[in-house]
Structure formats: C-alpha cells, structure tokens
Design a protein around this ligand. Structure first.
Ligand SMILES: Cc1cc2nc3c(=O)[nH]c(=O)nc-3n(C[C@H](O)[C@H](O)[C@H](O)COP(=O)(O)OP(=O)(O)OC[C@H]3O[C@@H](n4cnc5c(N)ncnc54)[C@H](O)[C@@H]3O)c2cc1C
Length: 448
C-alpha cells in the first residue's frame, strides 16, 4: 500500500478533540523555575546576538578551570554580543571585580542546572532513580549514552561496554519496579521495561559516506554484542538515525543483523525513520516490507521523527551543489509526517510492526492519536527529556503509552547535546517556540 498525502477527511473533529484535551492537560508551568526558564527562552528567541553568546558559553563552560576562568569567558563572549543590551550588561557584571564571582557562580550553576534538565544521570547507576521515577509516574524511558565523537577503536569499545553495562544495571533495577500494565504490554505482546537507544557512529570510527561497507563491518560486532546483551536481559535495543549520508549504512547494518538466525526470538528492537527526508515514504515501505517478510518472534519498532539535522542537510547539499535530501518547508514536512504516521499506524495491524510517534508538536501528536483511535491501533508516543516533559504529562493524563528519551552522560559530553536542544527550542520555526510565545490553540492545531 502506497503512502497517501491526502488527510483522512473525517479526522478533523477528532484531532481537534484530542488536541484540546491534551492542551488542557499540559501542566500550567507556573512554578518559579518554569517561569524563569520560559523568560530565558523568550529572551534568547528575541535576541540572536545574546543567543549566540550563550551557546558559545555553554560550549566552553566545561573546559573552564575555575570561577575566575568562567567569569572571564562569560564576560568576553557577552561583550561580543553587540546590539544586545542584556548581553552588554551581563558582560559588565562578569568583569567587574565586585560582581565577578557571583556572576560566575550563577552562570556555572545555570549551565549545570540546564544540563541536568536534559540528562537523567552521569552514568548507568545514577540514571536509575530518574528512570524509576518516570516509570512510577506512568511513563517508560529509553536511555541514550552521550559521548564524544568516536575516532578510535578503543572509544568504540568503551561506548559498547558502557551500553552493555547500562542494559544490565537498568534490568537489575527494573525487576523491582511495580507493574504498569499499559507500559508492559500492547496489542502485539509484551514490551520490555528496559529500552536503550544506540548510535552506530559511536560503535565504529569508520562510518563514512564514501565507504558504507567499511562502516557496517566496523560496527557489526559491537552492535551484535549489544543485541545479545539486550536479548539475554530481555531489554529493547533501538538504533537512532543520524545524518543522511549515514542512513543507508545504519539501515543496512540493522536489518542485516536482525535477520541473523540467532536474533529470531529476540531481542525486541527497532530503528528510526526521519519524516523530513524526501525519500521517507519509500524508505518506510522498505522497512515495512522487510518487517513483514521477517521470520521473528518480536515485532519491529519504527520510531517516526521529523529529523534533527535539517540545517546540516541543507548546508551540505548547498555546499556540494546537490539537491537537498530534506523537504524544504515546515508545512510540507509536517504533512509528510502525518501521511507517514497514518501508513505506519495502519501497518501495526499485522502485529509485525510497532509504531512510536516521537514529536513534541501537539498537532502531529493529536493527528496520530486520533488516527490510531479511529483504527483501533495500539501505539506509543515518545518525547525528549527536558523538551517534552509537559507533553509527556499530558499524554500520561490522557491514558496514552509514552516513553521519554533520556540522555545519560557527564556534563562535558552533554554540552553539545544541550546546545542542539537549546537551538531546537529557540528556533523560530519550531512548534515549541510557537507554543512558548503564546500562540492560541486553534493556531497550534491547524492542519499543516
Ligand atoms: C524520542 C525522540 C527520539 C528522537 N530520535 C531522533 C533520531 O534518532 N534521529 C533524528 O534525526 N532525530 C531524532 N529526534 C529529533 C526529531 O527528529 C526532531 O528534531 C524533534 O523531535 C523536533 O520535531 P517536533 O515534531 O518535536 O517539532 P516541530 O517543531 O513540529 O518540528 C521541528 C522539525 O521540523 C523540521 N524542520 C525544521 N525547519 C524546517 C523547514 N524549514 N522545512 C522543513 N522541515 C523543517 C526539522 O526536522 C525540525 O526538527 C528524536 C525526537 C524524539 C522526541
């Protein structure tokens, strides 16, 4: 069955109903911390020079030796924010002797506090309380290990070893958690309590677009090892998707390994589909055909996202004079996401595929929820920790199955992640910034 871009005509009232119900269930966000964070985000959205300075500061903060160093960097970076009155005031505070130490202290605490909002723990053991708290509140988690770029075999080994340790640590802890029937079973069968997301680029230093087979060969043994640990501990292993030039290698590797006879009985596993890709409808058909033909005991999960590398893909394509692999236009991207959601939700009827709708966009979520309800399909929603916390609470309150993507790692490893998330949150094109700037519910739920 081909993906159709035509929206189901009778879905509009249901989308509106679900969307309004979810919007009403969003926490009011009126705690002093939430208000302060929103005010900061608002400032950053309206003040590009300040935003650039803060991003640079977040990047260099972990390398600062002491508070004096923090103040010096902060002062220099804010001073470069020409045209930003707030930036200039901050620069004076960071450099004046009487206010220097206090400013550095507040800035360091602010960065740490922000990083912790996005990071569930610094290592496997310290992530357990955060993941357990989510579980007890009615939401599942998928844990993602942050790290520096993998450039050596030793780094790839270390990443794989940390992933394996995380699976074992979480599995031991999860055995003691109370039962949560909605999170532990769906129409396709039991769902593992523990779920880990992995990046193939961290499993090999050889994932390069000009030699995909080398990347596949480089990562295969480590990914196979993790699939074995996931199978033996009864956990789910999910393969994240990265930039377009690695998509083919990541897909090929994942499908090849999961086709090996030793993984027929498990583990539960899945991959990501990026809806901003022009070719995504064909790519989804390929994944569905494979899952349908596969002789396996556990369904294959497809996490549908829009894609995190839009600017990068546009810049790369322009640089090489290629046609862009990503859809150019927010509305067209959202329309494609909705069409893919419907196709994916329909495919769950066979029991061979699970659908995970990963978005913070109330319209995209309400559309998928309304369609799944109309089809009697049993699906999961996913959000990012730190960005989707309110959405998660609203989905839980609405009785939906929801999973939170929780990065884990030390503060240094977390910095580029933090900067990317801040960019996403303060980009004028994002749903979250439209929501934060007070757009009304009719606008937020408008058909793309
Ligand atoms: C649980 C979870 C897991 C994720 N895993 C991955 C992953 O493995 N790989 C990955 O790439 N991403 C991943 N993401 C990130 C995801 O791709 C999105 O970047 C993010 O969720 C924002 O999309 P949205 O629907 O929430 O927000 P929206 O504001 O509705 O959409 C923003 C998205 O629209 C797209 N976009 C922005 N500008 C334009 C434009 N001008 N034209 C066309 N499209 C545009 C981009 O994809 C951008 O991220 C994940 C997200 C979640 C919630």
């Amino acid at each position: 069955m081909a993906t159709t871009l035509e929206p189901a005509p009778d879905l509009a009232p249901a989308i509106d109903r679900v969307g309004r119900r979810l919007a009403a269930a969003l926490p009011s966000g009126r705690t002093p911390k939430a208000l302060a964070e929103r005010a900061l985000m608002g400032r950053l959205m309206d003040d590009p020079a300040l935003r650039a300075a803060i991003f640079r500061f977040v990047d260099v903060r972990p390398a600062c030796r002491d508070e004096r160093d923090v103040a010096r960097h902060l002062g220099e970076l804010l001073a470069q924010a020409e045209g930003s009155a707030l930036g200039q005031r901050g620069a004076r505070m960071a450099t004046r002797r009487t206010t220097r130490a206090a400013t550095a202290g507040v800035a360091a605490l602010g960065v740490r506090g922000m990083a912790h909002r996005f990071i569930v723990g610094e290592d496997a053991a310290s992530s357990v309380p955060g993941v357990e708290k989510l579980w007890r509140s009615g939401a599942a988690a998928t844990v993602d290990l942050l790290g520096e770029t993998t450039v050596t075999e030793a780094e790839a080994d270390s990443y794989a070893a940390r992933c394996a340790e995380t699976l074992r640590t979480l599995q031991a802890a999860a055995a003691r958690w109370p039962s949560q029937p909605l999170l532990e079973r769906d129409a396709a069968g039991p769902i593992p309590r523990v779920n880990l997301s992995v990046k193939v680029s961290a499993l090999t230093p050889h994932l390069h677009p000009n030699d995909p087979e080398r990347g596949i060969a480089g990562a295969a043994d480590r990914l196979r090892g993790l699939l074995r640990v996931a199978r033996d501990t009864g956990a789910h292993l999910h393969v994240d998707m990265e930039s377009f030039d690695t998509r083919e290698a990541i897909t090929e590797l994942t499908l090849r390994l999961l086709s090996e006879p030793e993984f027929r009985a498990g583990p539960s596993a899945g991959i990501v589909l990026q809806g901003y890709l022009v070719e995504s409808p064909d790519h989804l058909e390929r994944l569905l055909d494979w899952a349908q033909a596969r002789d396996a005991e556990q369904p294959f999960t497809i996490r549908l996202v829009k894609g995190a590398y839009w600017d990068h893909e546009m810049i790369e394509a322009a640089r090489h004079g290629w046609s862009s692999p990503v859809i150019d236009g927010r509305r067209a991207c959202d329309r494609n996401y909705e069409a893919l959601s419907r196709r994916l939700i329909d495919a769950t009827a066979t029991g061979k595929v699970r659908a995970a709708i990963a978005s913070h966009n109330l319209r995209s979520i309400a559309h998928a929820a309304a369609y799944a309800d109309a089809r009697g399909a049993d699906i999961e929603f996913q959000v990012l920790r730190g960005l989707g916390d309110d959405t998660l609470k609203a989905l839980v309150a609405d009785g939906r199955r929801v999973r939170c993507y929780c990065p884990l790692g030390d503060i240094v490893a977390g910095m580029s992640y933090l900067v990317r998330r801040l960019l996403e949150n303060t980009s004028n094109d994002s749903f979250l910034s439209a929501q934060a700037s007070g757009a009304d519910i009719d606008t937020l739920l408008e058909a793309p």
